[in-house]
Design a binder for this molecule. Structure first.
Ligand SMILES: [Zn+2]
Length: 268
């Protein structure tokens, strides 16, 4: 035997949103002791939410949780979607705006899947009857529709972060900013720490680098979005804030000269 010293759980302070499962669905799903139909809801809602927000499995997770009343009795079940980054990266915040559409998408994903009764792709498991999962999803929708003016999707809880950095002072405080991100284990800190200099021009934050490929990487849409989100979270950015890249070419003549000199040394 070996004593386990690592914690068996991970703590993650992040953003999330949840769907509350209606009572009539609880009543039916709880009748199945062998198969967990909540997992079918969780699986299909996560898939639909990832598609709506262009998130990947590394961006968003889902789980089922229960709230209890004063006597400790389980009162409600909820399907929680959450950002997989400390502090969140805005994926579930965006998903929250599409609460209604995500449920509809999830129903379509399940019902239009090529399988007959349910499969790992649509409901996460061969054992779950997809009609029963789709019924549960539809019930979420009805519960939402019931009073049309009120959305049943709960408000996302937000981690309040004080914005410590002024946009204009980023060039001066860049090192400090990167250190701050690294202390918070922000996902992008290691990338941003490879940028030595930034410049501010109007609403643009410009990364100055001599790595040509950074330009493409930074401006690729999902990377750009993650960088913007991370900076937006801690910096008082202007409303139309964006990022740019300035590549400083290493002087090719310099390099050639060095190579030639070395060559000269060799043939001397
Ligand atoms: Zn299927």
């Amino acid at each position: 035997f070996e004593r386990i010293t690592l914690p068996l759980y991970q703590e993650l302070e992040t953003e999330g949103m949840w769907f509350t499962v209606p009572e009539e669905v609880d009543d039916v799903y709880n009748g199945y002791t062998l198969f967990n139909y909540y997992n079918g809801l969780k699986h299909s809602l996560l898939n639909a939410a990832m598609m709506r927000t262009m998130a990947t499995r590394e961006d968003m997770g889902s789980t089922v949780f229960n709230t209890k009343d004063e006597s400790g009795e389980v009162k409600k079940s909820h399907i929680l979607l959450y950002d997989l980054y400390p502090g969140g990266l805005g994926f579930t915040e965006k998903a929250y705006d599409f609460g209604y559409e995500i449920i509809e998408d999830a129903i379509n994903l399940v019902m239009k899947c090529n399988c007959e009764d349910g499969c790992p792709a649509c409901v996460g498991d061969y054992h779950l009857d997809k009609k029963l999962v789709a019924w549960g999803l539809k019930s979420l929708l009805e519960a939402q529709k019931a009073p049309p003016e009120v959305r049943k999707v709960e408000a996302p809880y937000k981690v309040v972060v004080e914005k410590k950095f002024e946009f204009e002072e980023l060039p001066k405080r860049w090192g400090e900013f990167v250190k701050f991100l690294s202390d918070r284990a922000e996902y992008l800190h290691s990338f941003l720490s490879t940028i030595n200099n930034v410049e501010v021009s109007g609403n643009l934050l410009i990364f100055v680098t001599d790595f040509k490929f950074y330009e493409r990487w930074v401006l690729e849409n999902s990377n750009r979005k993650k960088i913007l989100n991370t900076i937006n979270r801690y910096v008082k950015t202007p409303p139309t804030f964006d990022i740019g890249v300035k590549v400083i070419e290493k002087q090719p003549d310099d390099i050639r000269e060095k190579i030639m000199r070395r060559y000269d040394d060799l043939v001397k």
